[in-house]
Design a protein around this ligand. Structure first.
Ligand code: COA
Length: 260
């Protein structure tokens, strides 16, 4: 597929999606959000893609936020629609994908950029990365899930402080907060994400997709995560991957899992 604002490349089981609006520090405009939806959807339904890596182009920004120029004159109704459509099309969509998504945060991840990184299943960052939710400095609040996912990841008090001060934290503080799992030099960032992806790919994609559902259920109101876990656990017993995984263990050989 041809995209204007992003790149999507497949290699060795990994689809790498790169947000590519260098001159606007990869800010998320409407078209980019739609293209990201399409690229994530295509990668998730692609049998060969076992892991998706999301990053930003250049050495300065992952994503510097939602494109402020697009919503500066919005009404109350338009503001609400912007948030609800964006959440459905991209942020909730990414979080619920059955293919693992790793955010490789390669610079500024601000506002919608941090919200997008937080919607991914986990994050790794380069040492130059800076993260924050600066919306209150613009007279607005995070609208792409930031008020919910930031406290889930870093705790309520830290999230309150980050949102109220509109300040940025550096990569090491993000590591300390548990917002990112690893920090490396910029040139090591994609190799690290790929190394983690290769470890994921050794395991059953079918089981991993069920684990994502069960873990996500812990963060959804009205869902009993334990019940979801029981259901997904039970379902595993009906899969070919379960037969292969347990048989391989008993036969003392490496499991050869099927596709997704
Ligand atoms: N929306 C739209 N355009 C953006 C943008 C955003 N969120 N972030 C950066 N840009 C644009 C700038 O307007 C500038 O465009 P121009 O060259 O046409 O003027 C270009 O990207 C480069 O940004 P610039 O501000 O010149 O870079 P900088 O190195 O001086 O500062 C930042 C980098 C990230 C600190 C600064 O761009 C910034 O604060 N961006 C907005 C962050 C934000 O509030 N995000 C939340 C939005 S809800």
């Amino acid at each position: 597929m041809n995209y204007e604002n992003i790149l999507s490349d497949y290699s060795n089981g990994i689809t790498t999606i790169t947000i590519n609006r260098l001159k606007k520090l990869n800010a998320l405009n409407k078209d980019t959000i739609q293209e990201l939806h399409d690229a994530f959807d295509a990668a998730d339904t692609d049998e060969n893609t076992k892991v998706i890596i999301l990053t930003g182009s250049g050495e300065k920004a992952f994503v510097a936020g939602a494109d402020i120029s697009e919503f500066a004159d919005f009404s109350v109704k338009e503001g609400g629609k912007l948030a609800s459509q964006g959440q459905a099309l991209l942020f909730d969509f990414v979080e619920s994908l059955s293919t693992p998504v790793i955010a490789a945060v390669n610079g500024f991840a601000l506002g919608g950029g941090l919200e997008l990184a937080m919607a991914c299943h986990f994050r790794v960052a380069s040492s130059n990365a800076k993260m924050g939710l600066p919306e209150t400095s613009l007279g607005v609040i995070p609208g792409y899930g930031g008020t919910q996912r930031l406290p889930q990841l870093v705790g309520k008090g830290r999230a309150m402080e980050m949102v109220m001060t509109a300040g940025m934290i550096d990569a090491n503080q993000a590591l300390n907060y548990g917002l990112v799992n690893h920090v490396v030099e910029l040139e090591e960032l994609l190799p690290l994400a790929e190394k983690i992806a290769s470890k994921i790919m050794r395991n059953s994609s079918v089981a991993i997709s069920k684990a994502i559902k069960a873990i996500n259920a812990n963060y959804k109101d009205g869902k009993d995560g334990y019940k979801v876990e029981i259901k997904q656990f039970g379902k595993c017993f009906g899969t070919e991957d379960f037969v292969e995984g347990t048989t391989a263990f008993l036969e003392k050989r490496k499991a050869d899992f099927l596709g997704k």
